[in-house]
Write a protein that binds this ligand. Structure first.
Ligand SMILES: *[C@@H]1O[C@H](CO)[C@@H](O)[C@H](O)[C@H]1NC(C)=O
Ligand SMILES: *[C@@H]1O[C@H](CO)[C@@H](O)[C@H](O)[C@H]1NC(C)=O
Ligand SMILES: *[C@@H]1O[C@H](CO)[C@@H](O)[C@H](O)[C@H]1NC(C)=O
Ligand SMILES: *[C@@H]1O[C@H](CO)[C@@H](O)[C@H](O)[C@H]1NC(C)=O
Ligand SMILES: *[C@@H]1O[C@H](CO)[C@@H](O)[C@H](O)[C@H]1NC(C)=O
Length: 460
């Protein structure tokens, strides 16, 4: 690119330099800028191309395309990271299956080596394990698809680099079409690989120790990943101060933050940031408030009809945690309960634009006995305690309206959880653990059997 751009050294007075400072929109870029001994400003400016090419509208379109390919590449890297993590899980379970299968085959050819009871046991474990095989195959197919996409992006990047050198040599429309197709395919690939059943929670990673024993911290659940802001809301009772950090790095160091003072105080720790807005439960009410974080104002508030509040149906740790707002890959949700529901944990899907309840599910799980709850791919996971030894032990699938008991252990390192939420964008669990801000990775598995949940490819 440099080759068809002129490089100029300009020496001007400071005032003129600033006045002439050309915007990047015009293709000008200030390369370096220093003040010399006489106080003059020295700017090295990379001027836009002086060739007719720069006026070619395709030039701008090309830059746009290049950026999109870069974006796709970034998403791809993210996806690759996730897939390899899940793939490890698959690799770990595959020998198990094969091992059992081999034992059966041996036993089959030499029946006398096994007692009848042992034989039946083995047969049963095989039939339990067999559904894993198509899952493994699916994973291999997914990984292969990813490799395909990667190669395509590489090809496209090459094509773009070529076209930048000899503009016009390529069919622009064709190139654009390929980029769009690629984006669509990547999107569906990501959605497919992103969803599944929770099978594992990693060791915790303590990001920071800050605030009181109870609180909430989060990143946006769906906004594009270039927005790395982190929010922290200390306390559960009548709080109004929201700290906004520019990046996770800033949050870790406790620097570069701005403060939002909410017009209405909050209750509990069940807040969520979704698509640029903070959704929270207004103190001493069942009103859900939508506060826009850039516009710094309340956009909406609406009562969550029927939902109990004021510490009537909190999680097991109390703390006015009656209403727990959360997000997953599929949208915005609220977990709550009421007398009418007999204290049963109820999950409602909310319209993020109006806060209306679109649909509710009664999970049958007593809300006051739940430690915390979070949602992944339309399945609600409930922990049995907020104290040491807590584990995920109940799962409710909104896709089928059915529940099952689960047994997914995790390390509750500081022994008091007042918030546990899944962030679909980061694919991680965010926890407030006794004044520590903690992250967990999750392993999600495609579902092939047993009552749905998730929307994995094996379900159909
Ligand atoms: C690339 O991604 C960034 C951040 O997500 C976004 O602001 C930008 O508009 C995207 N560019 C294109 C061309 O899609
Ligand atoms: C990428 O380019 C190579 C070499 O030109 C070609 O063989 C391959 O099929 C291309 N891959 C895709 C996915 O278009
Ligand atoms: C997020 O907000 C933007 C406007 O701010 C809107 O266009 C978009 O539809 C929203 N996305 C979702 C998933 O609600
Ligand atoms: C909420 O509970 C407090 C006591 O904890 C009580 O004083 C207050 O009146 C209650 N508010 C509502 C709206 O029920
Ligand atoms: C989650 O996985 C990513 C990628 O392997 C890793 O960089 C990150 O540290 C992990 N986080 C936790 C909390 O384990």
């Amino acid at each position: 690119m440099r080759s068809w751009r002129g490089v100029f050294l300009l020496i001007l007075t400071r005032a003129v330099c600033e006045a002439l400072y050309p915007g990047p929109d015009e293709g000008w870029q200030v390369y370096t800028s220093v003040a010399d001994v006489e106080g003059k400003c020295v700017c090295t400016v990379v001027a836009p191309a002086q060739t007719p090419c720069s006026r070619d509208p395709r030039n701008r379109q090309l830059r746009h395309l290049t950026e999109r390919v870069q974006n796709v590449t970034q998403s791809m890297e993210l996806l690759d990271l996730r897939t390899s993590r899940d793939l490890q899980y698959v690799r770990d379970s595959e020998p198990l299956v094969r091992g059992v299968e081999a034992r059966v085959r041996t036993a089959n050819s030499n029946p006398r080596s096994l007692s009848p009871k042992g034989f039946q046991d083995l047969k049963r474990s095989v039939s339990q394990l067999l559904p894993l095989l198509p899952v493994l195959q699916q994973y291999r197919a997914d990984a292969a698809l990813l490799l395909d996409l990667k190669e395509e992006v590489r090809n496209l990047s090459l094509a773009l680099a070529t076209i930048q050198e000899e503009l016009g040599a390529y069919d622009y429309e064709e190139l654009q079409h390929r980029v769009i197709t690629l984006q669509t395919r990547l999107q569906s690939c990501m959605n497919k690989l992103g969803c599944g059943r929770l099978t594992g929670i990693s060791n915790p990673m303590t990001v920071r120790a800050s605030g009181s024993r109870f609180g909430s911290w989060m990143m946006d659940a769906i906004i594009p990943s270039s927005d790395n802001r982190v929010w922290s809301m200390d306390g559960y009772f009548k709080g109004r101060r929201v700290l906004e950090y520019r990046t996770m790095g800033d949050f870790i160091k406790g620097q570069n933050f701005v403060v939002h003072i909410l017009p209405y105080p909050w209750a509990g720790t069940g807040h969520v940031v979704y698509n640029g807005s903070l959704y929270y439960n207004k103190h001493q009410s069942n009103v859900v408030v939508q506060y826009h974080l850039r516009q710094r104002r309340v956009l909406l508030q609406r009562s969550l009809a029927e939902a109990g509040y004021n510490n009537t149906f909190p999680y097991s740790w109390g703390g006015w945690s009656d209403i727990d707002l959360m997000a997953d890959e599929t949208g915005l949700w609220a977990a709550h309960s009421s007398l009418a529901r007999g204290g049963s944990l109820t999950l409602s899907r909310l319209d993020p634009g109006t806060l209306e309840v679109l649909r509710s599910w009664d999970t049958g799980f007593p809300k006051r006995s739940a430690g915390e709850a979070f949602l992944i791919c339309g399945t609600l996971y409930v922990t049995n305690s907020h104290l040491a030894g807590a584990k995920v032990h109940f799962a409710y699938h909104t896709s089928t309206g059915s529940y099952e008991y689960a047994d997914v252990a995790f390390h509750n390192q500081y022994a008091h959880l007042s918030m546990l939420d899944y962030n679909p964008r980061e694919r991680a669990l965010y926890a407030w653990n006794n004044g520590h801000q903690v992250l967990y990775n999750v392993t999600l598995f495609h579902v092939v059997h047993g009552g749905g949940g998730g929307g994995g490819p094996g379900e159909a």
